[in-house]
Ligand binder design. Structure first.
Ligand code: HEC
Length: 117
């Protein structure tokens, strides 16, 4: 009887353990523990925008151009709106792409921390 009880306890513990393999950002939404908590433009955002946005939003491509701090900064309200708050203000950005929850959170953090360069 004792052995059976022990087996159940072990199985139970393993069952709970499996939760740790889940993606935190997916489990808890954008409040998740993503590694970056500051998200300045140069520290984090530029890499995301170059990767996800700038094959469209470069000179000669779709407006607005988002290739440097001044262009990103002057479009910041529209960017937050399209990436974080959309679809309330137009098509969701990045267009035709899936954004990682931590990358999306980086835009929110950038706003919360005062749109730092
Ligand atoms: C596949 C091409 C493509 C990608 C990738 C893309 N966009 Fe766009 N974006 C567009 C097009 C086309 C428009 C204009 C049509 C519209 O408003 O939906 C636009 C519009 C916008 C606008 C609105 C501008 C305004 O004046 O209101 C913003 C802001 C924007 N994009 C930001 C971004 C950001 C930030 C990313 C990356 C996270 C991104 N876009 C990725 C094609 C793209």
């Amino acid at each position: 009887m004792k052995a059976i009880t022990t087996t159940f306890i072990i199985l139970f513990a393993l069952g709970f353990n499996s939760c740790y393999y889940d993606n935190e950002a997916e489990l808890y939404g954008s409040g998740a523990a993503c590694s970056d908590t500051v998200s300045s433009y140069n520290g984090r955002l530029k890499g995301i925008i170059d990767n996800l946005c700038n094959d469209c939003h470069s000179p000669g491509g779709d407006s607005p151009t988002l290739t440097d701090f001044s262009s990103v900064s002057s479009n910041r309200d529209a960017i937050i709106c399209r990436v974080v708050d959309s679809p309330t203000c137009g098509n969701v950005m990045p267009k035709n792409r899936v954004i990682d929850p931590c990358d999306k959170q980086a835009f929110e953090l950038w706003q919360q921390n005062g749109f730092r360069e």
